[in-house]
Design a protein around this ligand. Structure first.
Ligand SMILES: C[S@@+](CC[C@H](N)C(=O)[O-])C[C@H]1O[C@@H](n2cnc3c(N)ncnc32)[C@H](O)[C@@H]1O
Length: 175
């Protein structure tokens, strides 16, 4: 599902995520990317599974899987399949090109040179025990820029984990 990307676009557009101006201006994410002078990829998408990553790179989804997505977002960011591809949508190339896809095991000791303004980690930590979740959240905290956010899944929380994030609302924690 491509929902995390659209979730952040929506959050910024609706100003629900009032990030400090220095970190992320209040304009849509694609505008931010297009106007950014930074040559580095702005969005990094990771998974342990190369099969999952390949699916994400292709950006092809059954229309049914996106039925909860706002119709205007669907129109703006997806191409609708015709004839034999009826019922299928494909993410537009300019959106896919904003993203760098990379295999990553969250249990490894990974390191990135630049910090992140937002990390989405939805429905992944549910598979891990408390010690592992604690370690991953600690790594995320170190990787997030001051004022940035960690966004987790709707069925998750950081309860039972020691962390330094400020709780904003269900699923959203800010550094
Ligand atoms: C339930 S899916 C959630 C996918 C997506 N985040 C979402 O919310 O729709 C869990 C994903 O976690 C990935 N995963 C499992 N263990 C992982 C690990 N150790 N490191 C990174 N990704 C992992 C799986 O390959 C799978 O794609």
């Amino acid at each position: 599902m491509p929902s995390p990307l659209f979730e952040i676009i929506e959050l910024f557009n609706r100003r629900q995520l009032a990030a400090p101006q220095r970190l992320m201006p209040r304009r849509s994410l694609n505008e931010h990317v297009l106007k950014s002078s930074s040559p580095v990829p702005v969005i990094l998408a990771t998974d342990i599974s190369t099969k999952v990553l390949k699916k994400a790179v292709n950006g092809i989804y059954p229309l049914k899987a996106l039925e909860k997505l706002d119709k205007s977002l669907l129109k703006r960011y997806f191409l609708k399949g015709k004839n034999s591809n009826n019922g299928i949508v494909k993410l537009k190339k300019d959106i896919v090109n904003m993203v760098t896809f990379k295999r990553l095991n969250l249990m490894d000791n990974f390191h990135f040179q630049k910090g992140f303004d937002v990390i989405f980690c939805r429905n992944v930590m549910i598979y891990f025990d408390t010690v592992t979740r604690q370690d991953i959240v600690r790594k995320f905290y170190g990787m997030i820029n001051p004022g940035g956010c960690l966004i987790i899944g709707h069925s998750e929380s950081l309860n039972g984990i020691q962390h330094s994030f400020n709780y904003i609302q269900p699923t959203i924690y800010r550094k």
